[in-house]
Ligand binder design. Sequence first.
Ligand code: NZQ
Ligand code: ZN
Length: 382
Amino acid sequence: MENFSFVNPVKIIFGKGTIKKIANEIPPGSKVLITYGGGSIKKNGVYEQVVEALKGFETYEFSGIEPNPHYETCMKAVALIKEKGIDFLLSVGGGSVLDATKFIAAAVCFEGGDPWKILSEDSPVTKALPLGDIITLPATGSEMNNGGVITRVETQDKLSFASPLTYPKFSVLDPTTTYSMPPRQIGNGVVDAFVHVMEQYLTYNEGDSLIQDNMAEAIVKTLVEEGPKALVTPEDYDVRANLMWASTWALNGWIGCGVPQDWATHMIGHEITAFYGLDHGQTLAVVLPGIMTVLKEQKGKKITRLGKNVFGIEGDNAIERTIKAVENFFESVGVKTHLGDYGLGDEAIDKVVNRLAERGWKLGECHNITADTVREILILRK
Ligand code: NZQ
Ligand code: ZN
């Protein structure tokens, strides 16, 4: 293990009926902006609970934050905040609303010109408005990390940022808010959390990180056991609670402490979304089995361990069978795993590979995934 230090300042408020507790977490006298998406919170009773909880505050609303949130939309919220003198942001929705809210919090205070530079040039965030959230879709882990991913429609760029100043002050995790999720989002969420674990676990590393590895396996076992159940019995509280907490743990920093990390599946996936609009989870389900196959020597020991400890696979061709088990698991929660399933083929491969060649990135925990390797990976996923 490498040297590491670890801080996670997010206060988690977990459980049924906890939305009302937000009033105790927001400084009295705050002017609060409620940010949300396309309206799911108005159909599942979450919006009413938020309005009730915020009765003692001056509140404003900003809606219409889209999945894979747009920079252009975020900048409209920035203008509203400046106009009204808003000083606290409350994100109510999935990872997209929360990522957008983190970016808005930083962009409002940014003094270095166009806030896009936070994404395109890694310009440091030196100040941000405080924010809290009610997360209604378990997937991204954004509720307990400091990162966000924003898309600029104009240039088809989907880029990420992170700052110690964009951790939520608090996150409300009420599993009952997830009962209304469409099946497609249940599948996407399970795949996303699964792949977050893989990005931190499925590397060349072994031996000195048993705490992280065993914890990682506990998270993926939970996803494998509970994910399919959520599709069958959507209002099972225990299943939803387990999925919610598993997704949060998959990307709150703990399992990544001191270990090499990959993130190539995500970086390739973001380009596919930027060009073709696939859901984040769909891109990951396509790419991960390809990465596992092309890098099976480098990652072989961990793939074998994953097979044995999570899928009960041992013996001949354990690596290949484990890769197939991962693919089958994604399909079992309704997420398709081939480019062709989404109407994409050679043209899309060329476009993604060319973009990655332009970026000049060398991805993966060994920085050995070049644009040419990405072509090899995507050809396997046609
Ligand atoms: O917009 P509304 O109407 O709220 O509907 C949303 C949206 O259409 C709906 N939804 C959310 N909660 C619901 C619900 N519908 C019914 N009932 C509920 N309880 O679901 C749709 C998708 O929502 P979205 O927020 O886009 O999904 P998700 O949470 O998967 O977020 C995906 C975004 O997060 C980024 C992705 O790249 C993508 O942009 N990621 C963020 C990360 C982070 N901050 O750490 C890490 C991830 O790897 C990921 O990249
Ligand atoms: Zn993800």
